[in-house]
Design a protein around this ligand. Structure first.
Ligand SMILES: *[C@@H]1O[C@H](CO)[C@@H](O)[C@H](O)[C@H]1NC(C)=O
Ligand SMILES: *[C@@H]1O[C@H](CO)[C@@H](O)[C@H](O)[C@H]1NC(C)=O
Ligand SMILES: *[C@@H]1O[C@H](CO)[C@@H](O)[C@H](O)[C@H]1NC(C)=O
Ligand SMILES: *[C@@H]1O[C@H](CO)[C@@H](O)[C@H](O)[C@H]1NC(C)=O
Ligand SMILES: *[C@@H]1O[C@H](CO)[C@@H](O)[C@H](O)[C@H]1NC(C)=O
Length: 209
């Protein structure tokens, strides 16, 4: 007992430096936590859609952990159908925000839940190949960080909303298969970042240009 105590308080700079470093990094890791409103929103959306997270995704604990913060790229992996990615460098690496959400080809039935608007840090949203219905909600226009918006192959109805034009950083929009009304797509003229536009809407585009 006594010996161990002496070892801990020994004035070795090297050892105390190492202990301090370890303590600091443990603290930093423990402190980086997902914004609670995003956790609540994510869980609410999952509950509405009847989804269960994969084991790689820590939905019951801290969602921005494990596969959500490693180097894997969820968008390029077609076999990975459900995933999130986070960036944990906010507020001096104490806060994680969810930046990517992928719910792809899972035959999800329902609408886009209102809770999605709480994921304000999203840059990539992939909801393609489900049975999502209803109109595209106006709050999508407030997710101004979006760069990728993939919502094609669903059962959405109504127009492609003009507010999509306010997503100035959008580079890749895949949003075909809206039925019912012809979208003007005039808003595309203002979207300087946009480089990919995919979907049934392409036929209207030719008349636009
Ligand atoms: C979403 O954010 C609003 C405030 O912006 C809050 O009132 C609401 O409870 C949040 N919803 C969820 C599911 O976190
Ligand atoms: C899940 O989150 C909890 C904390 O909420 C953490 O203790 C645990 O290590 C995490 N699991 C994984 C696989 O990241
Ligand atoms: C950043 O962290 C500090 C210290 O924990 C906290 O007081 C502050 O409210 C946080 N700011 C934001 C924007 O979360
Ligand atoms: C859009 O992208 C630019 C350049 O990467 C960035 O500085 C800006 O903050 C982004 N805007 C939003 C709303 O995320
Ligand atoms: C393009 O942006 C300008 C300036 O913000 C606005 O006045 C105009 O209505 C926009 N055009 C379309 C088609 O959205």
């Amino acid at each position: 007992m006594r010996r161990r105590h002496e070892l801990l308080v020994s004035p070795s700079f090297c050892l105390s430096g190492l202990v301090l470093l370890l303590a600091l990094s443990a603290r930093a890791q423990r402190q980086a936590q997902t914004d609670p409103s995003e956790v609540a929103a994510l869980n609410a959306m999952f509950s509405r859609w009847g989804l269960r997270a994969s084991t790689a995704w820590n939905i019951s604990g801290e969602p921005c952990s494990g596969a959500a913060v490693d180097d894997t790229d969820i968008d390029s992996d077609n076999k990975l159908k459900l995933g999130i990615k986070c960036v944990c460098s906010y507020n001096v690496s104490t806060v994680c925000h969810i930046t990517q959400l992928k719910v792809y080809a899972l035959d999800v039935v329902g609408q886009i839940p209102a809770e999605l608007q709480n994921l304000t840090y999203l840059t990539n949203l992939n909801l393609a190949q489900n049975y999502l219905a209803g109109s595209l909600p106006a709050f999508l226009g407030k997710l101004t960080r979006l760069q990728y918006l993939w919502a094609s192959d669903n059962e959405f109805t109504g127009k492609i909303p003009d507010y999509i034009g306010s997503l100035s950083n959008l580079t890749d929009l895949r949003i075909g298969d809206l039925t019912g009304e012809v979208s003007s797509l005039a808003f595309v003229a203002n979207m300087t970042s946009l480089s990919t536009l995919y979907g049934d809407i392409v036929c209207y585009l030719t008349t636009f240009y």
